[in-house]
Every structure is written in structure tokens, then in C-alpha cells.
Design a protein around this ligand. Structure first.
Ligand code: ATP
Ligand code: MG
Length: 417
């Protein structure tokens, strides 16, 4: 036998039993996005590597070690998109959607990161992201958080997911804090975990994210970012907290939350769950007022988030169990040479709005009944040559066994589900 070729590690198929909830959930989210007047943008999966180096930041995990990058035949360095914000900003700058304008945009699609695959962490995964451009106002940050809160409500997840927020100030405040943090941590360099030792030189703020207990202990007495914030950031954060409170959004303040990407300022947030083990963050984002400028556009404030779609689906299954597509409402049994007629019957029902499974494979009557029962359909139509000649069908309610002959012209009104 020829060797079977398998999918790549961390690249998943979404199988038929999983696509139903995949699409249903997306529909729920898209309806909410529409209520907030957010429109879709679709950008390419492949972009110039320089876009992510600049837009995500050279010293981030993503750019340092997680990108699928390669050189094209004409020697251009390109990467599969590891996130959606940089590409969206590139498109907005390129098409004049950012300068002096307001945009409320969302994207949905696959992202690619070279990570160690595990539950909730894949090399190809989907993100739903939102980017709002042109508005710097804590009420806007709050509106986006209220919208995400609407997602959880609509999906029955509110009890299982918590909002953490922080204000990381301006890049100037962070630079000063980074320097103070460096000066403090460098004294303990040898005791830090290996990742943190590396980050000490490149991006000391990311050490705050470390999961290492020893590093966390050293951090106990480290300088805190809050002490470096300017008055504007402090007030911005106060206003955001007030608006959220007035609107009934629960949150906790996590002073250690900095987020992995370089481009954030002021508001950052994560929605986390305790129900997915280590892959706890379902959705994360924040404000990025300098990103458009970093990418060569005119300064334009931005606020957005990325939602890990597979993690969301895992959480839904964990809380609500597995949900598959409902069965056909009508199962048509083909008894004899009746296919041409059953196709007419099926069309009639489908046009009337019913979901129909026409058992065109035919076979022995007993087997077809067993298949009808197994399908979960509440109704079977039994059609043989005699009924076909009369333009009629036998309608059977599978739960009760009740059966009656119905002429085709009256069929739709007889189907009660
Ligand atoms: P993590 O700390 O879990 O690596 P991150 O900070 O790298 O997350 P972001 O870049 O903020 O994640 O992406 C937004 C969301 O996308 C995450 O909160 C998560 O839900 C999801 N996500 C990130 N990486 C992966 C992955 N490799 N597989 C599946 N989902 C992912
Ligand atoms: Mg990551």
C-alpha cells in the first residue's frame, strides 16, 4: 500500500462534526459585531516579513521565534500572518482608510505561529479580531469591552470568563519603567529563568509575564509600572474603570498585565478562563496609538483585540457539551425505481423550508428504516412505484409509528414538526 500522507503538526482539519458549532458560534458573533456597526476587512494570509518585524516588534516572541517565514523565488522575505492587526493597519494605510477617518473593522481567519502544539495551542488557528481607528476615548475602549461581554452573554459563557485590565501608560513611561526594572532585575540575573534572562536585554517588561516561580518571587520587590504613569494615563484609566462599572462590566485590575506585543499603550486587557488549563486567555487586546505611525501612516489612535477561536470553541464544549448539526427533518425512503420522483418531492419540501435527506442509495426496506431511525429524523416518507404513479407518499412519524398516505399537493401542510 502507498504511504498515507498526514497533516502537518499543529495544522488541524475541522471535521464535519465540528463545523456546525464553528459556524453557529461565528454567526452569533457576527450578528453582535453588526449591531456595533463593525464592518469586515479581509487581508492576505501572506505578507512581507518586514510588516510583522515592524508592526508586532522585533523583540516579541512572535517575531523572534514563532513566524512561518520563507524566501520567495524572487528573494523576497515573506511570512504567514501570525496575527491580524499589522495586516489590517497596512491595508488601512495603503487604501487611505486611516488618515483623518474613523474605522470599526473586524477580521476572521487563520493565523500561523510556529509553536509547540498542545490543547488550545496550534500552528494554524483562527482569530476573530476587531480594530477601531481614529478614536481615543476611554468610552470607546469601554464600548469594545461591552461588545465582547455581549459575546459571552450570547454564548452562555459569562460565568466562566473574567476580564483583567491594566494601563501600561505611554511608551515614554514604559521606557523609564523598563530601565528601572532592568536596573533592579540585573542584580538577580543569575537567578532568573532562561527566558527572562534573554528578555532582560531585549524586552524587560515581558519578564512580568513569566510563569517561573523563582522569577515571580524576585519580581515581588521590583519597581511597579503604576509609579511611572503620567497624569493623563492615570485619568484615562480612572475614566475607563468608571464607565465599565456604570455599565455593569465586572473586571479585575492586573498590574502585571503587559501583553506580548510591543505596540500597545494605555489600556490593555485579557479575558481569561479557569476552564482550559494553561491556555487560559481566550481574548486579548488593547490600545495602540502609535502603530499606524510605526508602519508609516499618519498618527492615528487605535484600539482592538484578538479572540482565539479554537480556545473559544473548546470552552463552549467544556461548558455546554458537544453540539452537532440537527438531523434532517424529513428522511425519504426510496423503495424501487422512484428516484426521479423522490427528487421532485425533496425539492418541493426544501422549497417549503424543510431540511431533507433523500436516501438515494436505496436498498432493502428494513435497512432503509433502520437508517431513518438512526438519522434522528422525526419523519420518514416512504415512496414506492405505486405511490409515485399516484403522485402521493406515505408519511410516517418515526417516534409514534403513525402513518398515512398523503397526496403531493397536500404534503407540506401535513408535515408537522
Ligand atoms: P498566549 O499567551 O496564550 O501565547 P498570546 O499572547 O500569544 O497568547 P495573542 O497574540 O494576544 O496571544 O493572540 C490573541 C489570542 O489568540 C490569544 O489570547 C489566544 O486565545 C489565541 N492564540 C494565540 N496563539 C494561539 C495558538 N498558537 N493557538 C491557538 N490560539 C492561539
Ligand atoms: Mg503566544
Amino acid at each position: 500500500m502507498t504511504k498515507v500522507i498526514k497533516s502537518l503538526r499543529g495544522f488541524n482539519d475541522v471535521l464535519p462534526q465540528d463545523t456546525y458549532i464553528f459556524n453557529k458560534t461565528l454567526k452569533t458573533l457576527l450578528e453582535i459585531l453588526d449591531k456595533y456597526n463593525v464592518s469586515e476587512i479581509k487581508t492576505p494570509y501572506l505578507e512581507s516579513t518586514a510588516l510583522f518585524a515592524r508592526g508586532v516588534g522585533e523583540a516579541t516572541d512572535i517575531v523572534e521565534k514563532e513566524m512561518f517565514s520563507f524566501t520567495t523565488n524572487d528573494q523576497e522575505s515573506v511570512s504567514l500572518r501570525p496575527e491580524g492587526t499589522a495586516g489590517t493597519m497596512r491595508a488601512c494605510i495603503e487604501h487611505g482608510l486611516s488618515y483623518n477617518q474613523e474605522q470599526r473593522l473586524y477580521y476572521f481567519g487563520p493565523m500561523f505561529r510556529y509553536e509547540r502544539p498542545q490543547k488550545g495551542r496550534y500552528r494554524q488557528f483562527h482569530q476573530l479580531g476587531v480594530e477601531v481607528l481614529g478614536i481615543k476615548n476611554p468610552a470607546l475602549d469601554a464600548e469594545v469591552l461591552i461588545m465582547i461581554n455581549d459575546f459571552w452573554k450570547a454564548l452562555g459563557l459569562s460565568e466562566y470568563i473574567n476580564l483583567e485590565i491594566n494601563n501600561i501608560g505611554t511608551s515614554e513611561a514604559r521606557a523609564q519603567f523598563g530601565k528601572a526594572l532592568y536596573d533592579y532585575l540585573v542584580q538577580y540575573k543569575e537567578q532568573l529563568d532562561a527566558d527572562s534572562q534573554r528578555r532582560l536585554e531585549s524586552n524587560p517588561l515581558r519578564i512580568l509575564d513569566s510563569k517561573d516561580a523563582g522569577t515571580q518571587e524576585i519580581l515581588q520587590n521590583a519597581p511597579v509600572l503604576e509609579d511611572f504613569l503620567d497624569q493623563e494615563s492615570i485619568e484615562y484609566f480612572e475614566q475607563l474603570k468608571n464607565i465599565l462599572t456604570v455599565n455593569g462590566i465586572n473586571f479585575t485590575i492586573n498590574p502585571k498585565l503587559v501583553r506580548g506585543l510591543d505596540y500597545y499603550n494605555d489600556t490593555v486587557f485579557e479575558w481569561t478562563t479557569t476552564r482550559l488549563g494553561a491556555q487560559a486567555t481566550v481574548c486579548g487586546g488593547g490600545r495602540y496609538d502609535r502603530l499606524v505611525e510605526i508602519l508609516g501612516g499618519h498618527a492615528t489612535p487605535g484600539f482592538g483585540f484578538g479572540l482565539g477561536y479554537e480556545r473559544l470553541l473548546l470552552l463552549i464544549e467544556e461548558i455546554h457539551g458537544k453540539e452537532v448539526a440537527p438531523p434532517a427533518q424529513v428522511f425519504i425512503i426510496n423503495d424501487g425505481n422512484v428516484q426521479a420522483y423522490t427528487l421532485q418531492v425533496a425539492s418541493l419540501l426544501r422549497n417549503a423550508g424543510f431540511k431533507v435527506l433523500n436516501n438515494l442509495a436505496g436498498g432493502k426496506l428494513k435497512k432503509q428504516f433502520a437508517k431513518a431511525d438512526k438519522s434522528g429524523s422525526p419523519i420518514a416518507l416512504i415512496i414506492n412505484e405505486e405511490l409515485a404513479a399516484k403522485q402521493a407518499v406515505n408519511l410516517k412519524y418515526l417516534a409514534t409509528g403513525e402513518q398515512k398516505e398523503v397526496i403531493l399537493s397536500e404534503l407540506v401542510e401535513h408535515i408537522k414538526i
